[in-house]
Design a protein around this ligand. Structure first.
Ligand code: SF4
Length: 223
């Protein structure tokens, strides 16, 4: 536990990426109309969940008016609403909502984090920003001692996971992102690609509750 406490203290104080620091401050100052009376968290976001878990779920970055507002990853935006319906159905979370840090949410055998700890403009990070933040992401993976399965939400998160394993181990195989594709990684870990639970993917029917919860159930079986 101490390793994560120390790491999280460092993450929330980080200001290495000037473009992202400027952006998260701007969002927290001007806010979205419906949250105008709320105080935004406005800092980098850390991982959340059970640090002894066998499943790691990885997103791209905190949402502008979700994690950046509430202070917890996948909390308080529409992607989180959909994600937690799926996680609850798969019995990975104790409830189907993730609205605020004091909502009682708990994860069962899972830890959730993002490859980038600050929201990027247009959800498009620059390579140097992902590189800067990879030291935190790498440390999170290294500290999850029981890790067996990683579910990567979207291509950028998937590539960040592959990058970690390529840096740490010999991995010559080319790994392509695809929903439901499963790869064997070194150290007896499996990587599953999964579409991001974004409103666009939900509204276009690319993903739905059954499809996504089925993928999470498969992740549990692989542990
Ligand atoms: S994205 Fe990561 S490295 Fe960049 S400022 Fe945020 S926490 Fe620091």
């Amino acid at each position: 536990m101490n390793k994560f406490i120390k790491l999280n203290k460092t993450i929330v104080k980080c200001s290495k990426c000037s473009r992202l620091v400027k952006f998260r401050k701007k969002i927290s100052k001007f806010k979205r109309k419906q949250y105008i009376n709320e105080k935004y968290w406005g800092k980098p976001i850390t991982g959340f969940g059970d640090i002894n878990s066998r499943i790691l779920i990885v997103g791209l970055a905190p949402a502008a008016h979700g994690g950046t507002r509430t202070g917890r990853v996948f909390t308080g935006d529409r992607s989180s609403d959909f994600l937690y319906k799926c996680l609850y159905k798969a019995k990975i979370s104790n409830q189907s909502i993730s609205k605020s840090v004091d909502d009682g949410l708990k994860l069962n055998n899972a830890f959730i984090t993002t490859a980038l700890k600050c929201v990027p403009p247009g959800d498009k990070p620059k390579k140097n920003e992902l590189d800067n933040c990879s030291k935190y992401f790498d440390e999170e993976i290294n500290n999850l001692n029981n890790l067996r399965v990683i579910v990567a939400l979207g291509k950028i998160a998937f590539d960040a996971c592959v990058y970690f394993y390529k840096k740490k181990y010999t991995l010559n195989q080319k790994l392509n992102f695809g929903h439901g594709l499963i790869y064997n990684l070194p150290n007896n870990v499996k990587l599953i690609g999964c579409y991001h639970p974004s409103p666009r993917n939900v509204n276009t029917g690319r993903i739905n509750l059954n499809k996504m919860s089925h993928l999470f159930k498969k992740a549990i079986k692989l542990t």
